[in-house]
Write a new protein. Structure first.
Length: 346
Protein backbone atom coordinates (compact mmCIF):
# COMPACT_ATOMS: atom_id res chain seq x y z
CA UNK A 1 0.00 0.00 0.00
CA UNK A 2 1.12 3.53 -0.62
CA UNK A 3 0.35 6.88 0.98
CA UNK A 4 2.13 9.83 -0.62
CA UNK A 5 5.80 8.74 -0.66
CA UNK A 6 5.37 6.02 1.97
CA UNK A 7 5.18 2.52 0.49
CA UNK A 8 4.54 -0.50 2.73
CA UNK A 9 4.52 -4.16 1.62
CA UNK A 10 4.07 -7.45 3.44
CA UNK A 11 6.09 -10.56 2.51
CA UNK A 12 5.25 -14.13 3.56
CA UNK A 13 8.69 -15.05 4.92
CA UNK A 14 12.31 -13.99 4.91
CA UNK A 15 13.11 -15.89 1.71
CA UNK A 16 10.15 -14.98 -0.49
CA UNK A 17 10.65 -11.93 -2.71
CA UNK A 18 7.01 -11.67 -3.85
CA UNK A 19 4.76 -9.54 -1.60
CA UNK A 20 1.25 -10.57 -0.66
CA UNK A 21 -1.36 -9.39 -3.12
CA UNK A 22 -3.57 -6.58 -1.86
CA UNK A 23 -7.26 -6.19 -2.66
CA UNK A 24 -9.79 -3.39 -2.26
CA UNK A 25 -7.30 -0.75 -1.17
CA UNK A 26 -8.82 2.45 0.20
CA UNK A 27 -7.94 5.35 2.49
CA UNK A 28 -9.96 6.87 5.34
CA UNK A 29 -9.29 9.35 8.11
CA UNK A 30 -9.89 8.12 11.64
CA UNK A 31 -9.29 9.59 15.06
CA UNK A 32 -5.86 8.70 16.36
CA UNK A 33 -6.35 6.42 19.38
CA UNK A 34 -3.02 7.58 20.87
CA UNK A 35 -2.50 10.93 22.60
CA UNK A 36 1.13 11.85 23.22
CA UNK A 37 2.31 14.10 26.01
CA UNK A 38 2.82 17.05 23.63
CA UNK A 39 -0.79 16.87 22.44
CA UNK A 40 -3.81 18.32 24.15
CA UNK A 41 -6.38 16.46 22.06
CA UNK A 42 -6.32 13.45 19.75
CA UNK A 43 -5.32 14.14 16.16
CA UNK A 44 -6.64 12.65 12.95
CA UNK A 45 -4.79 9.75 11.39
CA UNK A 46 -4.89 8.80 7.69
CA UNK A 47 -5.42 5.05 7.48
CA UNK A 48 -4.85 3.03 4.32
CA UNK A 49 -6.71 -0.30 4.38
CA UNK A 50 -6.65 -3.41 2.22
CA UNK A 51 -7.46 -7.13 2.29
CA UNK A 52 -4.79 -9.82 1.98
CA UNK A 53 -4.96 -13.64 1.93
CA UNK A 54 -4.26 -15.17 5.31
CA UNK A 55 -1.09 -17.12 5.93
CA UNK A 56 -0.94 -20.13 8.19
CA UNK A 57 -1.15 -19.16 11.84
CA UNK A 58 2.34 -18.77 13.27
CA UNK A 59 4.04 -18.49 9.88
CA UNK A 60 6.74 -15.79 9.85
CA UNK A 61 6.26 -12.63 7.82
CA UNK A 62 8.09 -9.38 7.35
CA UNK A 63 7.22 -5.76 6.60
CA UNK A 64 9.10 -3.65 4.05
CA UNK A 65 8.90 0.15 4.42
CA UNK A 66 10.14 2.44 1.70
CA UNK A 67 9.97 6.18 1.11
CA UNK A 68 10.34 7.28 -2.48
CA UNK A 69 11.67 10.60 -1.22
CA UNK A 70 13.46 11.31 2.03
CA UNK A 71 10.72 12.38 4.45
CA UNK A 72 10.69 15.82 6.02
CA UNK A 73 9.45 16.90 9.41
CA UNK A 74 5.77 17.79 9.45
CA UNK A 75 4.39 21.24 10.18
CA UNK A 76 3.35 19.96 13.57
CA UNK A 77 7.00 19.31 14.44
CA UNK A 78 7.99 22.79 13.29
CA UNK A 79 5.27 24.35 15.44
CA UNK A 80 6.26 22.68 18.67
CA UNK A 81 10.06 22.56 18.21
CA UNK A 82 11.33 24.25 15.08
CA UNK A 83 14.95 24.38 16.32
CA UNK A 84 15.26 20.59 16.37
CA UNK A 85 13.15 19.84 13.29
CA UNK A 86 16.23 18.83 11.32
CA UNK A 87 16.95 16.10 13.88
CA UNK A 88 13.59 14.41 13.40
CA UNK A 89 13.53 10.60 13.46
CA UNK A 90 10.89 8.11 12.38
CA UNK A 91 9.52 4.97 13.93
CA UNK A 92 7.61 2.04 12.45
CA UNK A 93 5.50 -0.13 14.74
CA UNK A 94 3.67 -3.33 13.89
CA UNK A 95 0.43 -4.15 15.71
CA UNK A 96 -1.21 -7.59 15.49
CA UNK A 97 -4.83 -7.65 16.65
CA UNK A 98 -4.19 -4.36 18.43
CA UNK A 99 -1.10 -5.53 20.36
CA UNK A 100 2.40 -4.21 19.68
CA UNK A 101 4.46 -6.89 17.92
CA UNK A 102 7.54 -5.10 16.59
CA UNK A 103 9.19 -1.72 16.27
CA UNK A 104 12.10 -0.12 14.45
CA UNK A 105 13.69 3.34 14.25
CA UNK A 106 15.17 4.94 11.13
CA UNK A 107 16.41 8.34 9.99
CA UNK A 108 15.33 10.63 7.17
CA UNK A 109 17.74 8.97 4.77
CA UNK A 110 16.62 5.45 5.59
CA UNK A 111 18.05 2.96 4.93
CA UNK A 112 15.54 2.14 2.19
CA UNK A 113 13.83 -0.14 2.32
CA UNK A 114 13.63 -0.56 6.06
CA UNK A 115 12.68 -4.15 6.84
CA UNK A 116 10.88 -5.07 10.04
CA UNK A 117 10.83 -8.81 10.69
CA UNK A 118 11.66 -9.37 14.37
CA UNK A 119 9.26 -9.25 17.27
CA UNK A 120 9.70 -7.61 20.64
CA UNK A 121 9.28 -11.01 22.28
CA UNK A 122 12.21 -13.27 23.17
CA UNK A 123 12.55 -16.99 22.72
CA UNK A 124 14.12 -19.45 25.17
CA UNK A 125 17.61 -18.63 23.95
CA UNK A 126 17.08 -14.91 24.54
CA UNK A 127 16.85 -14.01 20.85
CA UNK A 128 14.11 -11.92 19.35
CA UNK A 129 11.41 -13.98 17.69
CA UNK A 130 10.28 -13.54 14.14
CA UNK A 131 7.01 -11.79 13.45
CA UNK A 132 4.32 -14.48 13.38
CA UNK A 133 1.15 -14.28 11.35
CA UNK A 134 -2.03 -14.32 13.46
CA UNK A 135 -4.93 -16.74 13.24
CA UNK A 136 -8.10 -15.80 11.36
CA UNK A 137 -11.05 -14.72 13.52
CA UNK A 138 -14.18 -16.41 12.16
CA UNK A 139 -16.44 -14.13 14.18
CA UNK A 140 -15.63 -11.36 11.71
CA UNK A 141 -17.76 -13.15 9.09
CA UNK A 142 -20.92 -12.43 11.09
CA UNK A 143 -20.00 -8.83 11.81
CA UNK A 144 -22.63 -6.44 10.42
CA UNK A 145 -20.36 -3.40 10.18
CA UNK A 146 -16.88 -2.48 9.03
CA UNK A 147 -14.66 0.14 10.66
CA UNK A 148 -11.30 1.14 9.16
CA UNK A 149 -9.92 1.78 12.64
CA UNK A 150 -10.68 -1.69 14.05
CA UNK A 151 -7.81 -3.79 15.38
CA UNK A 152 -9.25 -7.32 15.43
CA UNK A 153 -8.14 -9.36 12.43
CA UNK A 154 -5.68 -6.69 11.28
CA UNK A 155 -1.95 -6.32 10.97
CA UNK A 156 -1.24 -2.60 11.30
CA UNK A 157 1.88 -0.63 10.51
CA UNK A 158 1.96 2.83 12.11
CA UNK A 159 4.66 5.31 11.06
CA UNK A 160 5.43 8.09 13.55
CA UNK A 161 7.83 11.01 13.84
CA UNK A 162 9.67 12.28 16.90
CA UNK A 163 13.04 13.17 18.40
CA UNK A 164 15.94 11.05 19.64
CA UNK A 165 16.69 11.12 23.37
CA UNK A 166 19.86 10.33 25.29
CA UNK A 167 17.98 7.99 27.53
CA UNK A 168 18.58 4.27 27.41
CA UNK A 169 15.13 3.43 28.70
CA UNK A 170 13.45 5.81 26.24
CA UNK A 171 15.78 6.56 23.31
CA UNK A 172 12.97 8.00 21.22
CA UNK A 173 10.25 10.55 22.00
CA UNK A 174 7.22 9.97 19.83
CA UNK A 175 5.47 13.21 18.86
CA UNK A 176 2.94 12.45 16.13
CA UNK A 177 1.60 9.49 14.19
CA UNK A 178 1.82 10.19 10.46
CA UNK A 179 -0.04 7.35 8.76
CA UNK A 180 -1.32 3.84 9.45
CA UNK A 181 -1.44 0.88 7.06
CA UNK A 182 -4.03 -1.74 7.99
CA UNK A 183 -3.83 -5.23 6.44
CA UNK A 184 -7.08 -7.13 7.07
CA UNK A 185 -6.52 -10.82 6.41
CA UNK A 186 -8.92 -13.63 5.59
CA UNK A 187 -8.64 -17.02 3.85
CA UNK A 188 -8.40 -16.70 0.11
CA UNK A 189 -11.62 -18.67 -0.50
CA UNK A 190 -13.50 -16.27 1.80
CA UNK A 191 -12.16 -13.26 -0.11
CA UNK A 192 -13.08 -14.86 -3.44
CA UNK A 193 -16.59 -15.77 -2.27
CA UNK A 194 -17.06 -12.14 -1.18
CA UNK A 195 -15.85 -10.89 -4.61
CA UNK A 196 -12.98 -9.10 -2.87
CA UNK A 197 -10.11 -11.16 -4.28
CA UNK A 198 -9.76 -11.89 -7.98
CA UNK A 199 -9.98 -13.92 -10.07
CA UNK A 200 -13.18 -15.36 -8.63
CA UNK A 201 -16.12 -17.37 -9.93
CA UNK A 202 -18.57 -14.48 -9.67
CA UNK A 203 -16.86 -12.30 -12.26
CA UNK A 204 -16.88 -15.17 -14.79
CA UNK A 205 -20.51 -15.99 -14.01
CA UNK A 206 -21.57 -12.43 -14.75
CA UNK A 207 -19.90 -12.57 -18.15
CA UNK A 208 -21.49 -15.94 -18.99
CA UNK A 209 -24.96 -14.49 -18.39
CA UNK A 210 -24.54 -11.66 -20.89
CA UNK A 211 -22.30 -13.49 -23.38
CA UNK A 212 -25.23 -14.66 -25.61
CA UNK A 213 -26.41 -11.08 -25.92
CA UNK A 214 -23.00 -9.89 -27.10
CA UNK A 215 -22.69 -12.79 -29.56
CA UNK A 216 -26.06 -12.02 -31.17
CA UNK A 217 -25.52 -8.28 -31.46
CA UNK A 218 -21.86 -8.20 -32.32
CA UNK A 219 -20.81 -6.14 -35.31
CA UNK A 220 -17.43 -5.32 -36.80
CA UNK A 221 -15.89 -2.29 -35.19
CA UNK A 222 -14.74 0.41 -37.52
CA UNK A 223 -11.19 1.49 -36.90
CA UNK A 224 -11.11 5.25 -36.64
CA UNK A 225 -8.13 7.52 -36.80
CA UNK A 226 -7.14 9.16 -33.59
CA UNK A 227 -9.07 12.41 -33.64
CA UNK A 228 -6.59 14.20 -31.41
CA UNK A 229 -3.48 13.27 -33.41
CA UNK A 230 -2.43 15.86 -35.98
CA UNK A 231 -5.45 18.00 -35.12
CA UNK A 232 -3.46 21.06 -36.17
CA UNK A 233 -2.70 19.71 -39.66
CA UNK A 234 -4.55 21.43 -42.56
CA UNK A 235 -4.58 18.07 -44.36
CA UNK A 236 -6.61 16.39 -41.68
CA UNK A 237 -9.66 14.85 -43.38
CA UNK A 238 -13.04 16.14 -42.27
CA UNK A 239 -14.91 14.12 -39.71
CA UNK A 240 -17.67 12.05 -41.27
CA UNK A 241 -20.47 10.46 -39.32
CA UNK A 242 -21.52 10.75 -35.72
CA UNK A 243 -19.27 10.26 -32.73
CA UNK A 244 -20.57 7.55 -30.49
CA UNK A 245 -19.43 6.40 -27.07
CA UNK A 246 -21.40 3.16 -27.38
CA UNK A 247 -19.76 -0.22 -27.77
CA UNK A 248 -19.30 -1.98 -31.08
CA UNK A 249 -22.23 -4.29 -30.33
CA UNK A 250 -24.68 -1.40 -30.56
CA UNK A 251 -25.79 0.00 -33.93
CA UNK A 252 -24.66 3.51 -34.77
CA UNK A 253 -27.24 6.20 -33.94
CA UNK A 254 -29.31 7.57 -36.78
CA UNK A 255 -28.88 11.17 -37.80
CA UNK A 256 -31.37 13.56 -36.21
CA UNK A 257 -34.26 14.35 -38.59
CA UNK A 258 -32.88 11.91 -41.19
CA UNK A 259 -34.25 12.49 -44.71
CA UNK A 260 -33.58 11.34 -48.29
CA UNK A 261 -30.99 13.15 -50.43
CA UNK A 262 -33.65 14.76 -52.67
CA UNK A 263 -35.66 16.09 -49.77
CA UNK A 264 -37.13 19.55 -50.27
CA UNK A 265 -38.64 21.09 -47.15
CA UNK A 266 -40.97 23.24 -49.25
CA UNK A 267 -42.33 20.58 -51.61
CA UNK A 268 -42.04 17.33 -49.64
CA UNK A 269 -44.34 16.27 -46.86
CA UNK A 270 -43.22 18.12 -43.70
CA UNK A 271 -41.81 16.27 -40.72
CA UNK A 272 -44.08 15.92 -37.71
CA UNK A 273 -41.78 18.18 -35.75
CA UNK A 274 -42.20 20.91 -38.37
CA UNK A 275 -45.98 20.74 -38.92
CA UNK A 276 -47.54 24.19 -38.67
CA UNK A 277 -44.20 25.91 -39.28
CA UNK A 278 -45.33 27.32 -42.64
CA UNK A 279 -48.41 28.90 -41.10
CA UNK A 280 -46.50 30.80 -38.44
CA UNK A 281 -46.20 34.47 -39.33
CA UNK A 282 -43.90 36.70 -37.35
CA UNK A 283 -42.38 40.08 -37.91
CA UNK A 284 -38.87 38.61 -37.94
CA UNK A 285 -39.28 36.13 -40.80
CA UNK A 286 -36.48 36.50 -43.36
CA UNK A 287 -36.35 34.56 -46.63
CA UNK A 288 -33.33 33.27 -48.49
CA UNK A 289 -32.39 35.34 -51.60
CA UNK A 290 -33.97 33.96 -54.80
CA UNK A 291 -32.12 33.55 -58.09
CA UNK A 292 -34.83 34.69 -60.54
CA UNK A 293 -37.34 37.48 -60.23
CA UNK A 294 -40.27 35.52 -61.61
CA UNK A 295 -39.71 32.53 -59.37
CA UNK A 296 -39.11 34.88 -56.46
CA UNK A 297 -42.42 36.61 -56.98
CA UNK A 298 -44.29 33.35 -57.34
CA UNK A 299 -42.59 31.71 -54.40
CA UNK A 300 -43.03 34.82 -52.33
CA UNK A 301 -46.76 34.85 -52.96
CA UNK A 302 -47.06 31.17 -52.08
CA UNK A 303 -44.85 31.24 -48.99
CA UNK A 304 -46.19 34.50 -47.57
CA UNK A 305 -42.61 35.76 -47.25
CA UNK A 306 -42.29 39.30 -45.89
CA UNK A 307 -38.87 40.13 -47.36
CA UNK A 308 -38.44 43.96 -47.55
CA UNK A 309 -36.13 43.64 -50.58
CA UNK A 310 -38.71 41.72 -52.58
CA UNK A 311 -41.51 44.10 -51.59
CA UNK A 312 -39.46 47.13 -52.66
CA UNK A 313 -38.55 45.49 -55.98
CA UNK A 314 -42.16 44.60 -56.67
CA UNK A 315 -43.30 48.16 -55.97
CA UNK A 316 -40.73 49.51 -58.46
CA UNK A 317 -41.98 47.14 -61.17
CA UNK A 318 -45.56 48.25 -60.60
CA UNK A 319 -44.56 51.93 -60.90
CA UNK A 320 -42.75 51.29 -64.19
CA UNK A 321 -45.86 49.67 -65.69
CA UNK A 322 -47.88 52.85 -65.14
CA UNK A 323 -48.64 55.19 -68.07
CA UNK A 324 -45.69 57.26 -69.35
CA UNK A 325 -43.14 55.36 -67.30
CA UNK A 326 -41.29 53.92 -70.32
CA UNK A 327 -41.25 57.25 -72.19
CA UNK A 328 -39.77 59.04 -69.21
CA UNK A 329 -37.16 56.34 -68.89
CA UNK A 330 -36.13 56.67 -72.57
CA UNK A 331 -35.75 60.44 -72.32
CA UNK A 332 -33.61 60.07 -69.26
CA UNK A 333 -31.33 57.57 -71.01
CA UNK A 334 -30.88 59.65 -74.24
CA UNK A 335 -27.56 61.63 -74.37
CA UNK A 336 -27.85 65.42 -74.47
CA UNK A 337 -27.43 67.15 -77.87
CA UNK A 338 -24.09 68.95 -78.51
CA UNK A 339 -24.01 72.75 -78.42
CA UNK A 340 -23.10 73.17 -82.12
CA UNK A 341 -26.02 71.08 -83.31
CA UNK A 342 -28.47 73.26 -85.29
CA UNK A 343 -31.88 73.33 -83.79
CA UNK A 344 -35.10 73.09 -85.75
CA UNK A 345 -37.44 75.99 -85.45
CA UNK A 346 -41.02 75.07 -85.18
Amino acid sequence: MRYQNWDVLMFPNELCKIPLQEFKTSCQVVQDPEIHHSQNTALLLPTVTCFIPSLAAGEPFRISIHSWQNPEASRYIHQINSRHAEHVMFEARVFVDGRIAGTKLFHRNGPWPTVLETSIELDKQGDFKKLEFPAFHRELLSQSYWNPGDDLGRVKVVISEGFPRENISMPYERVKNLVAFSFQHAPLDVLEASSIAWPNATMWRQVSLVAPFYNQHSSPKQVEEDREAHAHSPRKPPTVGFLSSQTASMPPPSAPFSRPPNFDPFTSEPHLAFQGWRHQETSTDTSMPDLSSNSSMQAGSVRNVSDPMIIEKASRNNDMQSSGAFESLCEALMPPAPDNTPQKWI
